[in-house]
Each structure stands twice: as C-alpha cells, then as structure tokens.
Design a protein around this ligand. Structure first.
Ligand SMILES: Cc1cc2nc3c(=O)[nH]c(=O)nc-3n(C[C@H](O)[C@H](O)[C@H](O)COP(=O)(O)OP(=O)(O)OC[C@H]3O[C@@H](n4cnc5c(N)ncnc54)[C@H](O)[C@@H]3O)c2cc1C
Length: 302
C-alpha cells in the first residue's frame, strides 16, 4: 500500500452541488488552494445515480455555482412545464458540473480533484480503485460537503419487505422495461414518486393500472410562483405577499394553511384529502390532478 502526503488550504469532501458551490466561492473570493475528494467518478453528487428522466424541480437559473449559469433562461414550449422556465435534466446538470470542474476549477491550478476516492476522516482518504491512500495537511479547514446526506432510491435499501414474486426496483429501472406489466405500484409521495407517476402517465399507462402508495398527502408549492423572470413578478412576489399576510392574520396553523391554499400559494393533489405534511419541490399540480382517476392509497409505509 502506498501513502501519499498532500498539503492544501481547504479539503472539501464531496463534489455534489454543495461542495462545488463552496469551492467556486473560495476560488472567486480568495487565493486559497483546494483539494476535492469524492467517491463518484464525476462531479454532481447524487445526480450520478439519478433516474434517466429526472429533472430539477425548480427553474435551472436557481441552481449551480455562482460563477457559471446553468441555463439561458429559456421558457418551455411543450410538456407539463409549458410556459415556465426550463428545468435542467439530470444529464444537463451532470454536464454542467463537469464543465465547472474542467473549464474553471482545474485550469485555475488551485484545485486538485480526487474522484473515486473515499474520505476516511482525520484528513485521510483512499482510492476506491487502487491501494493508494492519502494524508492531507490542511492549513485552514476541512469542509463536509456530505452534510445533507442526500439519499436517492437507487442507492438506499427499502425499509419494508418485498413479497416473493414481486418485481421490485428503483424508478431508474422503468425506462428499461421491455414487456407490459399488469400494473404498477409506486411507493412514496415525494418528488421522486410524483416523477414516477408522471412518467407512467406520459407513457400512456392507464391510470387504472397505477397504484400510488404514500404515507400521507402533502401540501405542494405551485411552480409558477417560483419563477425568476419579470414576466412572473405578480405570481412570484404576489405569492410572497400572500404568504406574509396569511402568517400575520392566521389564527392557528389550520387557518394558516387554509389561507395559503385560498391564496394559491399551496396546493393539494386530491381536493378530498387534507394534506398532513409540506413538500418543498414546486410542482405544476394540475399535471397530476388532471389524472384524478388515479387510485391514491394513503397507507402508512413502516
Ligand atoms: C431528484 C432530485 C431533484 C432535486 N432537484 C432540486 C432542484 O431543482 N433544486 C434544488 O435546489 N435542489 C434540488 N434537489 C436537492 C438536492 O439534494 C440538492 O440540490 C443538491 O444536489 C444536494 O447536493 P449535496 O452536495 O448536498 O449532496 P450530494 O449530491 O449527495 O453530494 C454529496 C457527495 O459527497 C460524496 N461523498 C459522501 N461521502 C463521502 C466520503 N466518505 N468520501 C468521499 N465522498 C463522499 C458523494 O459521493 C456525493 O457525490 C434535488 C434532489 C433530488 C434527489
């Protein structure tokens, strides 16, 4: 086993959005040297493992590092996001972070990047491909870019039992199906579950053949209220004003959510079920409520 000694001002663990954004600001605003370590082979963090039809859930212009735009501010002309600012696909996000690394970070001469390496703590990391280990003398700080512990279905183990004979998998598997199924059961009511349902519907699966299991319904943000351009000023700033008014005037939490719904700030998928939680990813809810025929089972998934 070989051990290499390195020295740097900042050691950043993780080249996901957080590690990349932090390194970008250091590069722009200081003259510090940086080492970035990641288990993945490319920058972009969890986007390396995402399903092929993933997109951002909010406009691309809100995402990425400060020194480089992710998108040119285009408005989508077709699809469920029609009329709203484009949402970068997972592939676009990956290509973007690759460019930031190759065109900005590495040419600066101040960043050393160690992909396919696992941080072990105490300034030490090891290659996942060879028996080389590294010990780093850090002059300023070690930055934990893994703090949010983002977890995606492709990389975590389900916390429920799967009955024998059931074909089970992460939604990454959907595009590689080659023969029709009797039915599809989606587990989970977050952005990923919603994406799976929409993908099936867009691919002309009869709603009667989709069962959606979620622990509880969620309040959702209307994406048109989170748009960056002047054209959406009334929606975006209007929603902020409505929210402030609702908070000031509400008599209790129940009343607050009633006011937010009435003011168009929050929405629900099923008008007959009162949501019990709040979800951040903004959504074009009409895209789902159009399919009200979907059987929505609200069961607790242990
Ligand atoms: C499907 C999906 C869509 C999303 N859409 C949006 C959106 O539109 N807008 C938005 O703002 N947010 C969005 N998010 C939230 C998203 O989690 C964050 O925006 C961001 O990508 C998270 O970045 P991160 O750097 O914190 O984590 P990660 O992307 O998980 O990066 C952490 C990195 O650390 C590495 N790592 C971990 N442990 C070690 C170790 N011991 N040694 C070496 N490396 C290690 C991992 O390999 C990984 O590459 C979305 C999330 C998901 C799952």
């Amino acid at each position: 086993m070989s051990i290499q000694q390195l020295e740097t001002d900042y050691l950043i663990i993780g080249s996901g959005a957080v590690g990349m954004a932090f390194a970008d600001v250091l590069l722009t605003e200081t003259d510090a040297n940086i080492i970035i370590v990641d288990k993945h082979h490319k920058p972009g963090g969890h986007w390396n493992d995402a399903y092929s039809f993933v997109t951002l859930h909010q406009p691309s212009s809100f995402y990425g590092v400060s020194s480089r735009e992710l998108c040119g501010g285009m408005i989508d002309k077709i699809g469920l996001n029609k009329g709203l600012s484009e949402l970068a696909s997972g592939a676009e996000v990956m290509a973007y972070f690759d460019k930031v690394m190759k065109h900005t970070f590495l040419p600066s001469g101040r960043v050393k990047y160690f992909p396919m390496c696992e941080y072990k703590g105490d300034g030490k990391f090891s290659s996942l491909l060879s028996d080389t280990s590294y010990e780093v003398k850090v002059n300023k700080k070690i930055i934990d870019g893994t703090y949010f512990k983002t977890s995606v279905p492709a990389t975590h183990t389900p916390n429920f039992e799967i009955a024998k004979g059931v074909k089970f998998g992460p939604l990454n598997d959907l595009p590689s199906l080659t023969k029709p199924r009797d039915g599809y059961v989606i587990i989970g009511g977050g952005k990923t579950g919603i994406d799976a349902v929409l993908w099936l519907l867009e691919n002309h699966i009869d709603p009667d053949n989709i069962t959606w299991i979620m622990p509880r319904d969620a309040w959702l943000i209307d994406r048109k209220n989170t748009q960056p351009s002047r054209d959406f000023f009334t929606h975006t700033i209007g929603a902020q004003a409505t929210q402030a008014e609702a908070i000031a005037e509400a008599e209790n939490i129940e009343d607050l959510f009633n006011r937010l719904e009435k003011g168009g700030v929050l929405m629900r998928i099923d008008p007959n079920v009162r949501p019990q939680m709040f979800h951040v990813p903004p959504l074009v809810v009409k895209s789902l409520s159009n399919y009200a025929v979907l059987k929505i089972l609200c069961v607790k998934v242990a």
